[in-house]
Design a protein around this ligand. Structure first.
Ligand code: IVH
Length: 670
């Protein structure tokens, strides 16, 4: 058979699958038997095995198993469901502990609750007066899908809890997973147990969920007015007493050394477990300390996931492409012959940056070792030089942007006085095609505008079809045109329209993050939004050329100011910002207005005892006050720690600003 004929046959098989998936999952009315359906899928697998050039994102070997339903009702989590940052070695753990000491500004003896990190899907269960009322998936961490009926099919999840000590209002959180042995029977449908659990949990019909044996292990709480429980390990014991399953491998340790020893032991032992575990989770055991440490934008400061070493495999590099990121970074990506690494088919691996390619002398045609750990992007570990072709040539990194042809540069880091390892396109705007596409992908992403009907692939597709050039085009889509495109139907178009409409209401900090200014991540966007309060005020600063005033904000420095100025000096960026602000309904920042410190501004000088500046700032903000970093008339209190800057104290005195010791200030709070 000719290659074109094979491709055609493959496409037809995939189209058949698509049709039947739609009937089954969206319409709930299959038109063929399961057996016939499996037969088509097997044909697809066979073709892919035989002809390695066949590739499609719709292949059941990639988008494995049952596509989940998009039709769940959404619900906001009362307490966000965050993820964990990762540690891979002892240094990462020591840094984690150091960050904690820094934040607390004190070196106290710590204790860790150690729990296996089961590789499943997290879920949150809301119990009121002992009754399971709502069960949700994690979703984007802020909003989850209501999947109560599906969760109720899991035997490990109690529907009613009679224990008299069970809190009257609590969210119990844990992991839904499938056992390795049960997965054996489902192998043909899913890539790995995690996908199987996810697919099963998100079925429209809970009868389908019932068919796949799911388990639940509980490990934390969301909303909970805790009065008595002092430690995470104590909470785990309570969970058990209340009737939940908890891991029988939970432990308590005190030192990083002990954590390391247990990790080494468990890493080997994990293969004997009934379920997949991809690391250990370490949580500061004291709930009071957890509360003090709080969260960064995406993860708690008081916990970390210590991953097990990655799965790896050898493959050959067929091509090296240069990707252009949202901020102009040129990232080399190796296209490799597809290889199965730990249950996932990998066909790309990142090469990080130009320096990394030079350092490892990575070339097209090389046989390389690829590593993949959990959700981390696969990367090249080493080149097998014995297998290198004698005629192979060094890879020459392009000096111009492969997308727009602009000059590229390596920036000089002022602090380290070294050039950045990353080369960048100097065109930070919409006139570089690849940057524009990436900016749009960022705009729609979960933490930004969260338009879930519009994935990355769809953005690329719409770009090729000339349906989108700027973020604002999203709000002017021609839906009748979209509904005629391949792969789109009435339901998917109405889902898309719904999620776009939903995104029109957005808070100013989210919008500022979504617009994608370099160095303005979620945290910085929040700081600026809280300082300026509204998009209107913000634009006032921009128009009057007063962005420099943001230096007043604790946490905003020269790098951010330079980047903001550069962004708004670009006419296209400016017009995108203005157009979006007229289309969207961007709400002002409403800070907690019930705190004791409302309308009070504070500034610190000198070292505080027993807490870091970061913690002090968060304490003030929790009580509705604000922190500034320069002395002016608007400042109400200057808090003086050890070895203050005398100039600041004098300046404050001259302006008649109240001067407080750390103790005075804490007294003011309580
Ligand atoms: S605590 C904010 N404990 O890991 C605290 N998570 O990357 C986050 N996970 O989404 C959750 N075992 O799906 C916690 N013992 C454990 C866990 C665990 C597995 C998963 C969970 C979470 C992800 C975080």
């Amino acid at each position: 058979m000719k290659e074109s004929e094979i491709k055609k046959l493959y496409k037809n098989k995939l189209n058949e699958l698509k049709k039947h998936n739609k009937n089954y999952f969206d319409k709930n009315s299959p038109t063929i038997s399961d057996k016939d359906y499996d037969k088509i899928k097997l044909d697809v697998f066979d073709l892919e095995k035989k002809y390695t050039f066949l590739k499609s994102t719709y292949s059941p070997s990639i988008s494995l198993g049952y596509p989940p339903s998009k039709n769940f009702v959404k619900s906001n989590h009362r307490v966000k469901m965050l993820s964990l940052s990762n540690a891979f070695n002892k240094d990462d753990l020591l840094n984690f502990e150091k960050r904690i000491y820094n934040y607390l500004n004190q070196k106290i003896e710590l204790e860790y609750s150690v729990e296996p990190k089961i590789d499943g899907i997290s879920a949150s269960l809301t119990y009121k007066n002992g009754m399971l009322l709502i069960g949700t998936s994690r979703g984007d961490g802020v909003t989850g899908e209501v999947i109560t009926e599906n969760l109720k099919t899991i035997n490990d999840i109690p529907h009613v809890i009679k224990d008299k000590d069970f809190p009257s209002d609590i969210d119990i959180r844990g992991e839904v997973f499938i056992k390795k042995s049960d997965f054996e029977n489902l192998k043909s449908n899913f890539a790995n147990p995690r996908n199987a659990a996810s697919g099963s949990l998100r079925q429209k019909n809970s009868e389908q969920t019932k068919k796949i044996p799911l388990n639940f292990v509980a490990y934390t709480f969301g909303f909970f007015k805790n009065k008595n429980i002092k430690k995470q390990s104590e909470f785990l014991s309570c969970l058990k007493k209340w009737g939940f399953k908890v891991s029988e491998h939970n432990k308590v340790f005190k030192t990083i050394n002990d954590l390391e020893i247990f990790h080494k032991k468990f890493e080997k032992y994990r293969f004997d477990l009934e379920y997949d575990v991809d690391g250990l989770v370490y949580k500061i055991n004291s709930l009071e300390l957890q509360n003090r440490l709080g969260f960064t934008a995406n993860s708690p400061r008081w916990a970390i996931a210590h991953k097990f070493s990655a799965d790896s495999a050898y493959s050959q590099i067929t091509e090296i492409n240069i990707q252009v990121g949202r901020t102009g970074a040129l990232t080399p990506v190796a296209r490799i012959k597809p290889v199965n690494i730990g249950g996932v088919i990998v066909s790309n691996a990142t090469l990080h940056n130009e320096d990394e390619i030079i350092r490892k002398d990575i070339r097209v045609g090389d046989t390389v070792k690829i590593e993949r750990a959990g959700d981390v992007i696969p990367h090249v570990i080493l080149v097998d030089l014995k297998k290198r072709d004698r005629k192979s040539k060094k890879f020459i990194f392009p000096k111009n942007c492969p997308s727009c042809g602009s000059e590229t540069i390596k920036e000089l880091n002022k602090v380290t006085k070294k050039y950045d390892a990353v080369r960048r396109c100097i065109n930070e705007g919409y006139d570089c095609e690849k940057i524009a596409i990436e900016k749009i992908k960022h705009f729609i992403s979960k933490d930004a505008m969260n338009i879930d009907g519009l994935g990355k692939k769809v953005v690329e597709n719409f770009w090729d079809l000339n349906l989108i050039r700027f973020p604002q085009d999203i709000y002017n889509f021609n839906y009748s045109k979209i509904s005629k495109l391949e792969g789109w139907g009435e339901l998917s178009v109405s889902n898309l329209k719904y999620s776009i409409d939903q995104s029109k209401k957005v808070s100013f900090d989210r919008f500022l993050y979504a617009i994608g200014i370099r160095h303005i991540g979620i945290e910085n966007a929040k700081l600026i939004a809280e300082y300026t309060k509204s998009i209107k005020n913000f634009m006032g600063y921009v128009k009057k050329n007063k962005i420099n005033e943001f230096l007043n904000i604790d946490g905003i420095g020269d790098t951010q100011i330079k980047s903001l100025n550069k962004f708004f000096n670009n006419k296209l960026n400016y017009s995108v910002f203005e157009k979006l602000s007229s289309i969207l309904s961007i709400s002002d920042i409403k800070l907690n207005k019930n705190g004791k410190l409302l309308n009070n501004t504070f500034m610190f000088t000198g070292k505080l005892s027993g807490m870091s500046r970061a913690e002090a700032k968060s304490l003030i903000e929790k009580n509705s006050g604000s922190v500034v970093s320069s002395i002016n008339k608007k400042l109400k209190y200057l808090i003086i720690g050890e070895k203050p800057t005398n100039r600041k104290v004098e300046q404050a005195r001259d302006l008649g600003i109240n001067i407080l010791s750390q103790k005075d200030w804490l007294d003011l709070l309580n």
